[in-house]
Write a protein that binds this ligand. Structure first.
Ligand code: FES
Length: 175
């Protein structure tokens, strides 16, 4: 919980800048939310973020652009770099490219088997804040780290190009 609150404060300061770097429907959808977060500075404003994220994802998917994402599997030491279309989740990207990332609940935030670890703190800091539901599920994940995320909750953005994600050697399924 403390981790979530600290990062919410940090991200409220970053969001307006992120919104200004977008175009079209995504920026329009995110800008009012970012402004609200900056003015209110509280958790209530952040509750509106998922809708903005969804709007970004739809616009990004339509753009047809992609980024490079590398998966490192700690189970067998294998490494795979794939092209990831903007707007798709890390879990979707993994499954489309035969990367062994489980995702037992298919993205309904009920299992934590899609746990990934962002290798580089710099990339982790660029990601949108995990919401309370993701944080709660992350707390139950095997091998939790300071840069852990759930793959089903992170959508591909341009600023993630070159990101490296480690897949832990085991997972906890709370289902
Ligand atoms: S797939 Fe179950 S929480 Fe992500």
């Amino acid at each position: 919980m403390l981790r979530a609150l600290a990062r919410a404060a940090q991200s409220a300061a970053l969001l307006p800048a992120a919104a200004s770097g977008m175009g079209g429907a995504a920026a329009e959808a995110l800008a009012p939310t970012a402004a609200a977060a900056a003015v209110c500075g509280g958790r209530a404003a952040w509750l509106r973020l998922p809708a903005a994220r969804r709007a970004f994802s739809a616009a990004a998917e339509e753009s047809g652009e992609s980024i490079s994402v590398t998966f490192k599997d700690e189970k067998d030491g294998s490494e795979k770099t794939v092209k990831a279309p903007l707007g798709k989740s890390i879990l979707e990207i993994a499954h489309e490219n035969d990367v062994e990332l489980e995702g037992a609940c298919e993205g309904s935030l009920a299992c934590s088997t899609c746990h990934v670890i962002v290798e580089d703190q710099e990339y982790y800091d660029k990601l949108p804040e995990p919401d309370d539901d993701e944080n709660d599920m992350l707390d139950l994940a095997f091998g939790l780290t300071d840069t852990s995320r759930l793959g089903c909750q992170v959508k591909c953005h341009r600023y993630m190009d070159g990101i490296v994600l480690r897949i832990p050697s085991a997972s906890n399924n709370q289902q």
